[in-house]
Design a binder for this molecule. Structure first.
Ligand SMILES: C[S@@+](CC[C@H](N)C(=O)[O-])C[C@H]1O[C@@H](n2cnc3c(N)ncnc32)[C@H](O)[C@@H]1O
Length: 332
């Protein structure tokens, strides 16, 4: 563990060591030597990837962020009243734009104490912590730079006086896991909850495929740049020689699995050398590398997942167009 920042208001601990950042080497070795190539989406998010994601959130086609924000703005008071929470733990916190809404409601209710963001992106987490302690006088931040697949046990315990907390996983991030892994993740997240704590989960909903596909393939090409960013990350961190422009951005809705997939398709045959791994990888023309799945949900699917993970749905909040949902859940 490395302490990145320590002041009366902000403490940030990092569990990512410089050399093996986010287990990229393992995922590249494993993912690029499979018959169907795949890299997990967490590797999009270096500083540039986090910035590109923020731009995606502002795109007209990308409805999830603004819709989730609207639902939160309308329901934050209810959520805080119902939970009585004074602490917010946020997994994959990014810019903490949505956390700000919940922290504001806690502050108005007089319960606000601490924010515990966990993210792989050090730059995004540090910037968010500084802004938030400026905005809320009573707030302390204990940030964890880490991977929520590996470092949930590093999330600090809840408030010593037994006050309750909300553990949030927003932005539809849970949809990035295939169904079995998703339930395992929910069970592990559930283990962070005390009897009075709540999980707040954001899920994108099943809808018209044209709307979904446009959200992942915007007309300005920002999502395409975000998708190709993973190749820049691999080039920089593992001394590889991908030519990112030789890969085309693909996004489509898989109706059978009810998820959106993002892929990178080689425009021509290419050979890539990953020097740090001593690995040579061949791509045939048209061969695809899967970089993300983003599962879409119904209320029944969320309830089934919760039950399988030892949780129960307490409140279901959605927008008038049923585009996105926020669920509040507790331990069974
Ligand atoms: C889709 S963004 C969502 C950001 C924000 N919570 C929101 O709702 O807008 C995903 C965030 O999760 C982080 N992230 C992705 N995979 C992660 C992982 N395995 N562990 C920790 N953070 C991760 C990314 O750095 C990014 O900030």
């Amino acid at each position: 563990m490395r302490t990145v920042a320590s002041s009366p208001e902000i403490r940030i601990d990092s569990y990512l060591s410089a050399g093996e950042e986010r287990s990229l080497a393992y995922d590249v070795l494993d993912g690029l030597t499979r018959p169907f190539k795949e890299i997990p989406p967490k590797h999009f998010y270096d500083a540039r990837g986090s910035e590109l994601f923020e731009r995606i959130c502002e795109l007209p086609e990308y409805y999830p962020t603004r819709t989730e924000r609207e639902i939160l703005s309308a329901r934050a008071q209810d959520i805080v009243r119902c939970s009585g929470a004074g602490e917010l733990v946020e997994l994959g916190s990014g810019s903490a734009e949505k956390a700000r809404i919940l922290l504001g409601a806690m502050s108005a209710a007089g319960t606000l104490r601490r924010y515990v963001p966990l993210d792989v992106s050090e730059s995004a987490l540090e910037a968010a912590a500084l802004e938030l302690v400026d905005e809320f006088d009573e707030l302390t931040v204990h940030g964890v730079i880490g991977d929520f697949e590996r470092h949930l046990d590093r999330v600090p315990r809840g408030p010593a006086d037994g006050a309750s907390r909300i553990v949030a996983l927003l932005g539809g991030t849970i949809g990035n896991f295939p169904p079995g892994t998703r339930r395992r993740m929910l069970r592990q997240i559930g283990a962070l909850l005390g009897p009075e704590d709540r999980l707040l989960l954001g899920t994108d909903l099943v809808k018209n495929p044209a709307v979904l596909e446009a959200a992942y393939d915007d007309s300005q090409g920002v999502t395409a740049e975000f998708n190709r960013n993973v190749l820049h990350v691999i080039n920089r961190e593992l001394e590889a020689d991908f030519a990112p422009e030789a890969f085309e951005h693909i996004a489509f809705y898989d109706r059978e699995h009810e998820w959106v997939e993002m892929r990178l398709r080689a425009r021509r045959p290419c050979t890539v050398w990953v020097a740090a791994l001593g690995l040579r990888v061949q791509f045939a023309a048209g061969e695809e590398l899967r970089t993300e799945i983003s599962a879409k949900f119904t209320r029944a699917r969320v309830e089934d997942d919760f039950r399988a993970a030892g949780l129960r749905l307490e409140c279901w909040y959605t927008d008038s167009d049923q585009l996105f949902a926020l669920s509040l859940a507790r331990r069974l």
